[in-house]
Design a protein around this ligand. Structure first.
Ligand code: SAM
Length: 283
C-alpha cells in the first residue's frame, strides 16, 4: 500500500471517516523521495530508537520502521489511532503514543527503552514548529539528531549567519546546541492538502558541548532575547530591556570591544557570550 499516494490517502479517509484538521497542521506527505530523504538523512539504522513527532497516516513511520530497531510515534489526534493501526499493521517494532508532544516527558520515554542511539524525525505540525524545536533543544535530550520538516522560512532563520535579516534568537538557540544542515527543499505540492508555504528538511546534529560556553547560560539567553526584542534599535538600546542600566551596558560593550551602535543581528554567538560573561564577572 503506497501510503503517500493521494488516492490511498483519500480511500483511507473514506474508510475511517477521517477529516483532516487544519488546526492540527495535518498536511500529509505525498512524495516518496522526500519520505526516503528524511529517513536516510537521519541515517536510521537497526541500532536506533526513532522518535517520530506527528505520524499522521504513518508514511514516515513505515519508512523508519523498515530501518530502525524501534519507532515510537507521538500523535495528538486520537482519530488517527485506528488509521495507524491499519496502515502500520505489518510492523512489529512500532509504538504509537496518543499525546501532545509539547506535554510528554521525552527523557522518561527515552530512558524506558533500552536503546542508546536516539534519533528524532518528523514532518512537524507547522503551527507549533518553534515551541517543538525549543522543547527538543531545552530538554537536554540524550539524542543524536533531530531531522525534521519545517516551513522554509523557519529553516532559513535557523541556518542564518550574523549580518542577515533572518538571523535572530532562533538562529542563536539552535546553533548554540546543534549543527544544522539542509537535507532537502520541499515544494508545497509534495503535500496533500498542499499548505500555503514551501518547506525544508533540516538535520540538527546535537553538539556534545554548546558552540560557546557562557558562564551563566540563563543570562546568555536572557541577553539574546533582549538583544533581538527590538531589532531596529542599537545593541545599546535593545540590551537595556534586559534589566541592566544603560551605563553598565555601555561600559560592557566598550570592555568587550563591540561598537554600541551595532544591531543584535550583527552579533555572533561569541559576541553574546562575551557580553554575558562580562556581567557574570561583574556581580
Ligand atoms: N507524518 C505525517 C506525514 O508526513 O504525512 C503527518 C505530518 S502532519 C504535517 C503533522 C502531524 O502532527 C499530524 O498528524 C498532526 O495530527 C500531528 N500533531 C499536531 N499537533 C501535535 C502535537 N501537539 N503533538 C503530537 N502530534 C501533533
Amino acid at each position: 500500500m503506497d501510503l503517500y499516494s493521494p488516492q490511498v490517502i483519500k480511500a483511507i479517509k473514506q474508510k475511517f471517516g477521517f477529516k483532516n484538521s487544519k488546526s492540527l497542521g495535518q498536511n500529509f506527505l505525498t512524495d516518496p523521495e522526500v519520505i526516503r530523504a528524511i529517513v536516510s538523512g537521519a541515517e536510521v539504522s537497526e541500532k536506533d530508537l526513532v522518535i517520530e513527532i506527528g505520524p499522521g497516516f504513518g508514511v514516515l513511520t513505515d519508512e523508519a520502521a523498515k530501518h530502525a530497531g524501534k519507532v515510537i510515534a507521538i500523535e495528538i489526534d486520537k482519530d488517527l489511532l485506528p488509521v495507524l493501526e491499519f496502515t502500520l499493521a505489518a510492523h512489529k517494532n512500532i509504538e504509537i503514543i496518543n499525546e501532545d508532544v509539547l506535554k510528554i516527558d521525552l527523557n522518561e520515554l527515552i530512558d524506558n527503552v533500552k536503546i542508546e542511539n536516539v534519533k528524532i524525525i518528523g514532518n512537524l505540525p507547522y503551527y507549533i514548529t518553534t515551541p517543538i524545536l525549543m522543547k527538543l533543544l531545552e530538554s537536554n535530550l540524550n539524542a543524536e539528531s533531530i531531522t525534521v520538516m519545517m516551513q522554509k522560512e523557519v529553516a532559513e532563520r535557523i541556518l542564518a549567519e550574523p549580518g542577515g535579516k533572518e538571523y535572530g534568537a532562533l538562529s542563536v538557540a539552535v546553533q548554540y546546541r546543534t549543527i544544522a544542515e539542509t537535507i532537502i527543499e520541499v515544494p508545497r505540492e509534495s503535500f496533500f492538502p498542499a499548505p500555503k508555504v514551501d518547506s525544508e528538511v533540516l538535520k540538527l546534529t546535537l553538539r556534545d558541548e554548546p558552540a560557546v560556553k557562557p558562564i551563566d547560560e540563563a543570562l546568555f539567553f536572557r541577553l539574546v532575547k533582549a538583544g533581538f526584542s527590538q531589532r531596529r534599535k542599537t545593541i545599546l538600546n535593545s540590551l537595556s530591556t534586559s534589566g541592566y542600566p544603560k551605563e553598565e551596558i555601555a561600559a560592557c560593550l566598550e570592555a568587550v570591544g563591540i561598537d554600541n551602535k551595532r544591531r543584535a543581528e550583527t552579533l555572533s554567538l561569541q559576541d553574546f557570550c562575551s557580553i554575558s560573561d562580562y556581567f557574570s564577572k561583574s556581580v
